[in-house]
Write a protein that binds this ligand. Structure first.
Ligand code: TA6
Length: 282
């Protein structure tokens, strides 16, 4: 079942229900903010203080960082993580090929508003497949007469029972840029979180595992050669209006990215798809 809904503040979203899962996707940003498999707990984390306000990114789910990841490289007045996640997407297609699967196709096209922020003609298409597993595929098409480069990320927020129980496998011996120090280091073994972590792992296409006490999530990238691991920890959480002070204990971002050196350059007419498939091991 596919239902168009609104929050009490008029924020529009699509609700999906099928035999495998339920999901909620905001038209602003094409932002998937809820995905829950039948008889399981939600597979994405959503802040209880998310704003659901026009022009403000939802805190949680899978924000689309596009056409730049992080701060704009030259103009700090431009929105962090680009403008896709705060722009209105349109629903082009919705299909229910079977009672266990729902497919959505959403689109953001260049406009006078986007051209004022980023001077290129583009088509951005988002395919979301809600089923026994979740797949999110973000396809950039260069509709301009010039080449352009993008950095981007599917900025996935995952729930954890308690942050010190969580660990991430799949990045052992992988180099990463530490955003907190500006240094480049090499990951030694399993990632555990005991303080603020903000890292861009480089040259990795590995499937990743997020292990918690009773749950294991598989994160399978395609079209990505970088991954971001982020936890704001206490001090940053307290400064964020859309995060409870202790929210850092219950979430971890593992992002499927084209970040930093993994930027993608597209010639006119070329496309690139950044995709993640997320599942929970039984
Ligand atoms: O995911 C890493 C990161 O770039 C962090 O530096 C932090 O800023 C996070 O994204 C959240 O950014 P946001 O703009 O959504 O508050």
């Amino acid at each position: 079942m596919i239902t168009n809904k609104q929050t009490p503040t008029g924020f529009e979203y699509i609700e999906i229900q099928n035999k495998s899962a339920t999901a909620q996707i905001a038209l602003q940003g094409g932002h998937l903010f809820h995905y829950q498999q039948t008889r399981k707990k939600p597979l994405l984390w959503l802040s209880e203080k998310s704003m659901f306000e026009t022009g403000k990114a939802i805190r949680g789910g899978i924000p689309l960082c596009w056409p730049w990841f992080g701060k704009h490289p030259t103009d700090t007045d431009l929105p962090q993580h680009g403008f896709a996640r705060i722009s209105p997407f349109e629903l082009l297609e919705s299909n229910e090929p079977n009672e266990h699967t729902t497919e959505l196709l959403l689109q953001l096209q260049s406009s006078t508003q986007t051209l004022a922020l980023w001077p290129y003609q583009f088509q951005l298409r988002l395919r979301i497949t809600i089923g026994p597993r979740l797949t999110v595929a973000l396809t950039t098409r260069n509709c301009d007469t010039e080449s352009f480069s993008i950095t981007s990320a599917l900025h996935s927020y995952f729930p954890v029972s308690y942050i010190s129980y969580a660990s991430v496998e799949g990045l052992d011996q992988t180099m990463y840029w530490d955003a907190l120090t500006g240094e480049t280091k090499t990951q030694q073994g399993t990632i555990r979180i005991s303080g603020e972590v903000d890292r861009v792992y480089e040259k990795t296409t590995n499937p990743l595992l997020l292990l918690d006490r009773e749950r294991t999530f598989q994160i399978i990238p395609e079209g990505s050669a970088s991954a971001v691991v982020w936890n704001p920890w206490k001090e940053k959480s307290m400064k964020m209006a859309d995060m409870e002070d202790d929210a850092y204990n219950s979430m971890l971002c593992i992002e499927t990215a084209n970040a930093r050196e993994d930027a993608r350059r597209l010639a006119p007419g070329e496309e690139h798809t950044l995709q993640v498939t997320i599942n929970e091991s039984d």
